[in-house]
Ligand binder design. Structure first.
Ligand SMILES: [Zn+2]
Length: 202
């Protein structure tokens, strides 16, 4: 099996506000370069973010390991590709800016929880499909506690998120590396928006 066919785990950063997008991805690119989070541009190593022709890929920068907090004593991270076909190494991909909010989630074991009562919604996939079909209408009523919410308020335990712009950090397993406050607050400062993150394999 070639490397390109297998799912690659990644950490995804995005603004908490699903509708926010930076004026241009260069704003974020410049910030991440100044921080040393990203280094040189590299050939777009992944096309799995579908239709996303404008996405840009970068090798890790000099401060990359300082801007994430790694759990465990010796994380096995590849910072460079082992060969030309290797896609499972740490690199950073900036998405294009989507016109509408997108929902992204891990392939399996994703649970949506009501922020009020904490119960799981077993029908969240239908809710997402309705949201996509109905002009991103976000009205959501918890079937357990009847609380009226926005779909964007659901809790995903860092396995899903909404956004119009994403920063994918490849080859990071769920909870293996989390963004430092320094990285999150730099993103917040440049965009006047708080940022958050999730882990996915697609
Ligand atoms: Zn509830």
């Amino acid at each position: 099996m070639s490397a390109i066919e297998k799912p690659i785990y990644r950490l995804v950063l995005h603004s908490q506000d699903a509708h926010y997008a930076p004026e241009s991805s260069e704003t974020i690119q410049t910030l991440l370069q100044d921080l040393g989070f990203i280094g040189q541009a590299c050939v777009k190593p992944d096309n799995r973010l579908n239709e996303d022709v404008q996405q840009q890929a970068f090798l890790v920068g000099e401060q990359f390991l300082q801007l994430l907090t790694f759990m465990g004593c010796s994380p096995a991270i590849n910072l460079v590709p082992t060969d030309d076909d290797d896609r499972d190494f740490c690199h950073i991909v900036l998405s294009s800016i989507y016109t509408h909010a997108q929902f992204r989630s891990h392939e399996r074991e994703v649970f949506a929880r009501c922020p009020e009562c904490g119960r799981r919604d077993p029908h969240w996939q239908t809710q997402i499909e309705d949201w996509q079909a109905d002009n991103l209408r976000t009205n959501y009523t918890c079937s357990y506690c009847d609380k009226n919410l926005s779909l964007y308020d659901l809790r995903w335990r860092q396995a899903a998120g909404f956004g119009r712009f994403f920063i994918d950090v490849f080859s990071i397993f769920p909870q293996e590396g989390i963004p430092t406050d320094k990285l999150l607050s730099a993103l917040e400062t440049v965009s006047a928006q708080p940022w958050t993150y999730f882990f996915t394999n697609r």
